[in-house]
Design a binder for this molecule. Structure first.
Ligand SMILES: [Zn+2]
Length: 266
């Protein structure tokens, strides 16, 4: 059952895992927002445009990451809201349970998203808060399907897993936030259009799936990414060849689920 928790209460107690963690990078969040925007019903699109400005859902998709450099926001909002990391090797039922009994460590993403959704639905917030709340929802619901935002706690969500990407030092978290997406060279509009064409046959299935099932599926992707790390030969092209499609599927799922969420709110 969802619980109403005020933003202030969350921000006061959420800083238990303060680490640098950007969700999908800028392009990833724009792709997700564009897919969502294309799949909003008329009423939801009208409302979202009225609150954020026409296509503002895309322009503000990265606002929640950008404000990390603004000192007026508490550190907890900057970090702990964007991820929910897990230990390795959990059962499906334990992962699914995280949506109901929010974990007490590893981040605050699911608790925050539920709270923001309830705030939005209740419409008991000021105009400014409504704008900010919607910007957060757009961004964080994208982070929810980023495999490295439900990664392992003991390696700081993949930040401590060192990798070479075309000869340059990086880490597993960064590869999934930005490098894998950017390796394809599409603009966010091209990517959003391509994915909607590519995955149109599973759109209905994604819309109808439960949050729990999609979360468990994402966790399996995360676990497979870690397993691959053990056998990867270090060749960047091999990495891209193996993980481009699972990454794109996660982006598409995030976009369709954001549309579903906004259609239900409005
Ligand atoms: Zn984020």
């Amino acid at each position: 059952m969802k619980r109403v928790i005020s933003l202030l209460l969350i921000s006061a107690c959420a800083c238990m895992y303060c680490l640098p963690a950007f969700g999908w990078g800028q392009e990833g969040h724009r792709i997700i927002a564009k897919i969502a925007y294309d799949n909003l019903n008329r009423k939801a699109k009208k409302n979202v445009d009225a609150i954020l400005g026409k296509q503002g859902i895309i322009y503000y998709a990265n606002w929640a990451d950008e404000l990390k450099s603004d000192n007026i926001y508490p550190q907890s909002i900057k970090d702990g809201w964007h991820f929910q990391d897990f230990p390795a090797g959990l059962s499906d039922s334990i992962v699914a349970d995280a949506l109901i009994h929010y974990p007490t460590e590893g981040g605050n993403l699911y608790r925050v998203l539920d709270s923001l959704e309830l705030d939005m639905e209740a419409e008991q917030i000021s105009r400014t808060n409504m704008i900010h709340t919607l910007r957060f929802i757009v961004h964080l619901s994208g982070d929810r399907y980023c495999p490295m935002h439900m990664a392992h706690m003991d390696d700081k969500g993949g930040n401590a897993v060192k990798m070479k990407w075309f000869g340059r030092d990086t880490n597993l978290h960064t590869v999934w936030d930005t490098k894998l997406i950017e390796s394809q060279g599409y603009s966010y509009t091209e990517y959003a259009e391509m994915l909607q064409h590519e995955y149109k046959d599973i759109k209905r299935q994604i819309e109808q799936a439960s949050d729990e099932q999609l979360l468990v599926d994402s966790y399996h992707v995360t676990e497979a990414i870690y397993k691959y790390q053990e056998i990867w030969d270090g060749n960047t092209y091999h990495y891209i060849y193996t993980w481009r499609q699972p990454m794109e599927r996660q982006l598409y799922i995030a976009g369709i689920r954001l549309a579903k969420l906004l259609n239900s709110i409005f």
